[in-house]
Design a protein. Structure first.
Length: 84
């Protein structure tokens, strides 16, 4: 996919210098930078405590009673081992 993006002159010059230093094309530098940015933003969603809680609740909601009892037993055993 081709697209056009406007960036400040200074950022363009820095990206050009980086591409030369790394021996990469401008497209490679921009593509890698965007991929890294998107990955970080996707990872940031897991830093939201409410999102983590929703994900855990979704898994727990699908568990059988036997599976839940195993989780409870493992939790009790783990807590008992903690030197609080």
């Amino acid at each position: 996919m081709k697209t056009t993006v406007s960036i400040p002159d200074g950022l363009f010059e820095q990206a050009e210098a980086l591409a030369r230093r790394l021996g990469k094309s401008r497209n490679e530098v921009y593509r890698e930078a965007l991929a890294n940015y998107v990955a970080r933003q996707n990872d940031a969603a897991w830093q939201d405590p409410e999102e983590i809680t929703r994900a855990i609740n979704a898994v727990v909601d699908e568990m059988t009673d036997d599976e839940l009892e195993l989780v409870h037993a493992a939790t009790r055993a783990t807590i008992a081992e903690e030197p609080w």
